[in-house]
Design a protein around this ligand. Structure first.
Ligand SMILES: [Zn+2]
Length: 359
């Protein structure tokens, strides 16, 4: 599909929003503090595995003729499933960068509604993780959603078989089955070794869906991961369940640089940096810097769903994106929408206020 086709489609899906000129409608305050009459809400793609897969297939096709990556690195949480799907399309591995964390778990990106059924998934189920599972269950229930009576885990080490009052269904056996047959890396049931391999993860997720034996009235509307170590897993699982994916995430310090924590990048490994939206490109450049510091080779191009930077290159690297968007933004004092009486709001968490019907 070409750019015009995608723009129409993503406007229909309320991924891409443009102000319609009605002053009763608020407009968007960007992270930079500037105001805009347009916003590209990537979480609305990320929460829909079928749409995300289609988007990633298209982006992967656009990089034909480029050097193939060994691994794809996403920049922080929002782009992890993107990196995963791109990795699937490329038949290679993936990993991610994350910030140093400190605050409580929050569930802010995903519009989980009252009454929706939610399956909570964790990566590695351990004693330390029990509190995280309980926190995630609490956050989902606070939205009025119904958390399913089973918690899924990729592996269970020492966390027992119950979390937040729910039985834990760990996939240790399936992980070992796939690992023994196909992968030398995964000998001791460490979740990371499965999480960075989309092919194996897909098989494990399919097994888990079979083993859960959910009754029709138990089919989830969402699969929610307890944190970053489970995002990729829950995402693939969501694909097989035919439902949405989402995740809880920690509040991050804004000034903490991106760093590689879980995924070592051996010398010479060819790595592709992927981001959901490139605006200034800061997080992509930080990821590339972190990859270089770790000894990996960052490929001379990068991928994104939407390129909002207005430029085809990010520091000499071509950006392969689904959409090249040119959106206006203004300093608050120069904003024409403010002058007309429209209010500026942060789109994340208040998306419905931008898109609801106004007179
Ligand atoms: Zn404004």
């Amino acid at each position: 599909m070409d750019q015009a086709g995608w723009i129409t489609r993503l406007q229909e899906r309320e991924v891409l929003w443009r102000h319609d000129g009605k002053t009763a409608r608020p407009h968007a305050e960007l992270t930079s503090g500037r105001h805009s009459d347009a916003f590209f809400n990537c979480s609305r793609i990320i929460q829909d595995p079928a749409l995300l897969a289609e988007v990633c297939r298209d982006i992967a096709a656009r990089t034909d003729g480029q050097q193939r990556p060994d691994r794809i690195f996403g920049t922080a949480y929002g782009s992890i499933p993107l990196a995963l799907e791109l990795a699937t399309a490329f038949t290679c591995r993936f990993g991610f960068t994350e910030r140093e964390v400190g605050g409580p778990l929050t569930l802010k990106r995903f519009d989980i509604k009252a009454g929706e059924r939610v399956l909570v998934i964790t990566g590695c189920h351990t004693m330390e993780n029990l509190a995280t599972i309980a926190e995630t269950v609490g956050l989902v229930e606070a939205r009025g959603a119904r958390v399913l009576p089973k918690v899924g885990a990729l592996v269970s080490r020492d966390g027992g078989t119950v979390a937040a009052g729910r039985p834990v269904f760990a996939m240790d056996l399936a992980v070992k089955f796939w690992a023994e047959r196909f992968y030398d890396l995964l000998k001791y049931g460490a979740a990371q070794a499965a999480i960075d391999n989309p092919g194996m993860l897909e098989n494990i997720a399919r097994d888990l869906v079979c083993n859960l034996r959910l009754a029709p009235e138990e089919q989830p509307a969402w699969v929610v991961a307890t944190g970053i170590d489970a995002i990729a897993f829950s995402y693939i699982l969501a694909k097989h369940l035919g439902c949405n994916a989402g995740f809880a995430e920690r509040e991050m310090r804004k000034d903490a640089p991106l760093a590689l924590w879980q995924f070592p990048a051996p010398n010479g490994l060819k790595v592709l940096a992927a981001d959901d939206v490139i605006t200034t490109g800061g997080s992509t450049l930080q990821t590339i810097a972190a990859l270089r510091a770790a000894g990996a080779t960052a490929l001379p191009y990068c991928c994104a769903i939407a390129n909002r930077s207005g430029k085809p290159l990010l520091h000499d690297r071509p950006i392969f994106s689904l959409l090249d968007l040119s959106c206006s933004d203004w300093a608050p004092e120069d904003c024409p929408l403010c002058r007309q009486g429209s209010t500026a709001i942060r789109p994340k968490g208040r998306w419905h206020e931008l898109t609801q019907p106004v007179s």
